[in-house]
Design a protein around this ligand. Structure first.
Ligand SMILES: Cc1ncc(COP(=O)(O)O)c(C=O)c1O
Length: 459
């Protein structure tokens, strides 16, 4: 009846002998396998991952149009660094840089770079701050051994990383128990002649608000005019750079402010491109330290590169350009406006549900709901809610504590991206209400459940 008595052989012919065997792990397999079998092993593994559309922690794009997906799929083999071979791709990068410089109100001709994300953009931007500071110091014969960088506790971890990797003293302004952003009064005591720059955030990872950028710019202009201390301001607009121009066009945070010398933005966040694209934009060409640009003869053409990587994909650059020309200001305004309206709706629903306090609602903010429990006497906390809503409905809702000196504050935060349509927001609100009811009945999450809660702000 059966042609083979070896089940493994039968499963091989069926297309996947891994139905009854372990997947390769820890050592390159000795033999080949069918492409279908390899594909299925990976697909099966990924079934155990969370569903990206239910990931309320991430700022990163989880949905793009089919036409954009086609551009991406058709250009996966195009190495971005081969400028000589792919001059149009290089030109499209420059178009994106010019469009962003214009969006951020650069006063004239400028320069910038495509990066892997805001982290690489921040590393490069901060390196330029360090190099420019050293040039200024050397020109006047001053000590260059103790550079420092001033930023708030509300920044992303990449700023600490830069300081450690590139040997710069981090001067971190602590948050306050009821204030989760920083302003000029917080920054002023930390700035001195060794300060390479101040970093301010537009749309913090923790609550989605902005530092007082207008105030910090004013402080730095006063220092420049009164004490001759020219300290540049870098804006970490990883998330906010594609939000503020459309939701709050009259709010100045960009090159409209004189001391703002460079800005990073993540194309893969509210630029609405899949992961793998960020941008660094300088105010003027002179803000990029010339020593950081490498001119090399690569495959017959002199190329100028300012990047931490070399080979990388072109697909996301092309996808960014697709979004720019497909959406324009009208489309971005529509999409970001819809996210903000849905975030507002979620906030209203949360307040109906129960004892939730929205953090900084009514202030300029990213499209998200940052909220916490207003009643300290409940038998459950924010971490329990994150657990219960994941257990009941698979939502990935991050719970975390704030950075020092607000570390006693627990927070929940739901990003409202374009894929979170109104019916889904309504369902999410119902699901949070149901999770709270369960927790009230059972008196909070059990110890074992609490141990499994994933904490962290996500990104
Ligand atoms: C304010 C801020 N800066 C920097 C980053 C790092 O950005 P990327 O993930 O694009 O490297 C993030 C990520 O969430 C962020 O929120």
């Amino acid at each position: 009846m059966h042609a083979s008595h070896n089940p493994s052989e039968s499963w091989k012919r069926y297309g996947s002998h891994f139905v009854i065997e372990d997947a390769p792990d820890g050592k390159l397999p000795d033999e080949m396998m069918d492409p279908v079998a390899a594909m299925r092993i990976i697909a099966d593994d990924l079934v155990l991952d969370g569903i990206p559309e239910r990931n309320l922690a991430t700022f990163v794009t989880t949905w793009m149009e089919p036409e954009a997906q086609r551009i991406i799929a058709e250009n996966l083999h195009r190495n971005f660094i081969d400028h000589a071979e792919y001059p149009q791709t290089a030109e499209i990068e420059q178009r994106c840089i010019r469009m962003l410089a214009d969006l951020f109100n650069a006063p004239g001709e400028t320069t910038g770079a495509r990066t892997q994300g805001s982290s690489e953009a921040i590393m490069l931007g901060a390196l330029s701050l360090k190099w420019k500071w050293r040039q200024r110091r050397e020109a006047t014969g001053k000590d260059t051994t103790r550079p420092n960088l001033v930023f708030g506790g509300d920044v992303h971890v990449v700023w600490d990383k830069f300081c450690r990797y590139f040997d710069v003293e981090p001067r971190i302004v602590p948050l306050q128990p009821h204030k989760f952003t920083i302003g000029p009064e917080d920054v002023a005591p930390h700035v001195d002649e060794n300060t390479i720059g101040v970093a301010a955030v537009l749309g913090t990872t923790f609550t989605g608000h902005a530092d007082d950028i207008v105030g910090i710019d004013k402080l730095l202009r006063e220092l420049r005019d009164e004490k001759g201390l020219d300290v540049p301001l870098h804006i970490d607009a990883a998330s906010g750079g594609f939000v503020w121009p459309f939701l709050y066009p009259d709010s100045a945070w960009d090159f409209r402010l004189e001391q703002v010398r460079s800005i990073n933005v993540s194309g893969h966040k509210f630029g609405m491109v899949y992961p793998g694209i960020g941008w660094l934009i300088f105010r003027e060409q002179a803000d990029l330290a010339e020593d950081l640009v490498f001119y090399e003869n690569y495959l017959g053409k002199t190329d100028a590169t300012f990047t931490l990587n070399f080979s990388t994909g072109s697909a996301m650059v092309l996808a960014q350009y697709y979004n720019f020309i497909r959406l324009g200001r009208e489309g971005y305004g529509l999409a970001i406006g819809a996210m903000a309206a849905n975030a507002h709706y979620l906030g209203e629903r949360l307040q109906e549900i129960g004892p939730f306090e929205l953090v900084g609602a009514g202030e300029e903010q990213l499209p998200l709901a940052a909220f916490k429990l207003a009643d300290p006497d409940l038998p459950y906390d924010e971490f329990d809610i994150a657990w219960q809503v994941a257990a009941e409905r698979g939502w990935m809702l991050p719970a975390y504590t704030m950075p020092p000196n607000a570390e006693h504050v627990k927070m929940l935060r739901a990003l409202v991206k374009l894929n979170l349509t109104r019916p889904l927001v309504a369902t999410l609100a119902d699901d949070i209400a149901a999770a709270c009811e369960t927790l009230a009945k059972k008196g909070g999450a059990s110890k074992a459940e609490r141990q499994q809660v994933k904490t962290g702000v996500g990104y």
